[in-house]
Design a protein around this ligand. Structure first.
Ligand SMILES: NC(=O)c1ccc[n+]([C@@H]2O[C@H](COP(=O)([O-])OP(=O)(O)OC[C@H]3O[C@@H](n4cnc5c(N)ncnc54)[C@H](O)[C@@H]3O)[C@@H](O)[C@H]2O)c1
Ligand SMILES: O=C(O)[C@H](O)COP(=O)(O)O
Length: 386
């Protein structure tokens, strides 16, 4: 029996994908798997029972990936599962920035008791007039699951779209509309665009990328949208740019004390992925990944170990080994099985940066394999799946 714990509420339709071999626990220390959304995990200690963290979502900056890899804990996320939800809110964000819909609605609420509201509306409405998106230039930084959807949708609104992503995947490139202008440098986006939206992960080289210097390259009255992570934007520089009027509007999904309430900031309480559809998609994918890893040892969509799949486990034992990506590991594993007289029927080995994963199917129960392989230097975690 495997045990899982939910650090955040996870959509029920996903949890229903756990079969009779899984039971929920409130005791994290005994969990084989943790399901999480945005709960911070950096200060947590992990028990040696823990094998999987499945992030029902995209961003994994709340999880200590390196520490997990070192402790043989495979971290998964759910690429693309909430991208449509975010895309729709980004489009809404652009519309809210273009026209003073929020100011107008607030005015109606403030005057709801006024018997003459219908009449005064026609005098007052000019205060809330805005502009249209059609014909404006949109720069999309980061052309992954969300960036591609935002870019393609904006072309249907008549926007001229520029895209920048030096690491774009082949899949994303295929999905990107042919109308998108390929920006070769991020500065081209900064200099050319009326609206700039960022869809990159929070990494060392992206943190603070929107700052005083990048803003100084942008057009006056630019609109900046951040549905990726708070850390990508220097808060102090953004407040200054809003107060000075250099940035017309900053639409962000990440409230901070610094930005909430600043004129020109439209601050949303991290609602990008909070739709029924996105929550269901993420939960189903996260549970599927955790179950397949625990039952079959297969890794799909891991962010700290390589993907590796040998299909459904057969009759014999499956030995799964998380280890360092250093020479002679496979030689030592196969030498053990040869010496023990165990016949290997199937084997796979994949690596990702400093870490690697080996799956070995043997005929029989692989007795003694777990302890023996765990002794090999560079091995981080061994499991025998029977
Ligand atoms: N607001 C929300 O609710 C919400 C929901 C989902 C994701 N997110 C955030 O949005 C981010 C993007 O999500 P996604 O699903 O599109 O992820 P993704 O992994 O599909 O796409 C990220 C893209 O960024 C690109 N990239 C990386 N570094 C870059 C750089 N320096 N310059 C330009 N491009 C760079 C990558 O090549 C990749 O194509 C996530 O990491 C997460 O932080 C927020
Ligand atoms: O990275 C993500 O997937 C989003 O920020 C969504 O986070 P949430 O699952 O906490 O809403």
């Amino acid at each position: 029996m495997y045990k899982y714990n939910c650090l955040n509420p996870i959509a029920q339709i996903g949890l229903e994908k756990f079969d009779e071999n899984f039971v929920k626990t409130e005791n994290i220390g005994e969990a084989d798997a943790i399901l999480v959304r945005s709960a911070g995990m950096h200060d947590m200690e992990f028990s040696s029972n823990l094998k999987v963290i499945a992030r029902a979502g995209a961003g994994v900056n709340n999880i200590p990936l390196e520490k997990c890899a070192e402790q043989g804990i495979v971290v998964f996320n759910t690429p693309g599962a909430n991208a449509n939800g975010v895309k729709e809110l980004v489009i809404a964000g652009m519309l809210l920035a273009a026209r003073d819909i929020i100011g107008g609605i607030n005015w109606v609420q403030e005057n709801e008791e006024d018997g003459d509201i219908a009449k005064i509306t026609e005098k007052k409405k000019k205060v809330f007039a805005g502009t249209e998106l059609e014909g404006k230039k949109l720069g999309v930084i980061g052309l992954g699951a969300i960036g591609v959807m935002v870019a393609n949708t904006a072309t249907h609104l008549g926007m001229e779209v520029y895209g920048y992503d030096p690491y774009v995947s082949v899949d994303s490139a295929w999905r990107l509309s042919g109308c998108i202008h390929h920006a070769k440098t991020v500065d081209e986006i900064y200099k050319e665009c009326d609206y700039i939206t960022i869809h990159v992960p929070a990494l060392e080289d992206t943190k603070g990328m929107i700052n005083r210097d990048s803003i100084s390259l942008m057009k006056k009255n630019v609109v900046i949208l951040n549905f990726a992570r708070d850390l990508l934007v220097n808060g102090e520089d953004m407040v200054d740019a809003l107060v000075s009027g250099r940035v017309k509007c900053y639409v962000t999904d990440f409230p901070t004390h610094e930005i909430a309430g600043v004129k020109g900031a439209i601050v949303i309480p991290h609602l990008g992925a909070s739709t029924e559809e996105s929550e269901d998609n993420c939960a189903k994918m996260a549970v599927r990944e955790a179950v397949d890893y625990l039952k079959n040892g297969n890794i799909t969509n891991s962010v700290n170990y390589p993907d590796c799949d040998m299909g459904v486990k057969g009759e014999g034992a499956r030995i799964t080994i998380l280890h360092r990506n250093i020479p002679n590991m496979l030689g030592q594993f196969t030498a053990f099985f040869a010496k023990a007289g165990m016949n290997i029927s199937l084997m796979a080995n994949k690596s990702k940066k400093e870490y690697a994963y080996t799956m070995i199917d043997v005929e029989g129960a692989a007795e003694g394999a777990e302890d023996a392989i765990a002794q090999i230097e560079g091995v981080l975690k061994v499991r025998i799946i029977l």
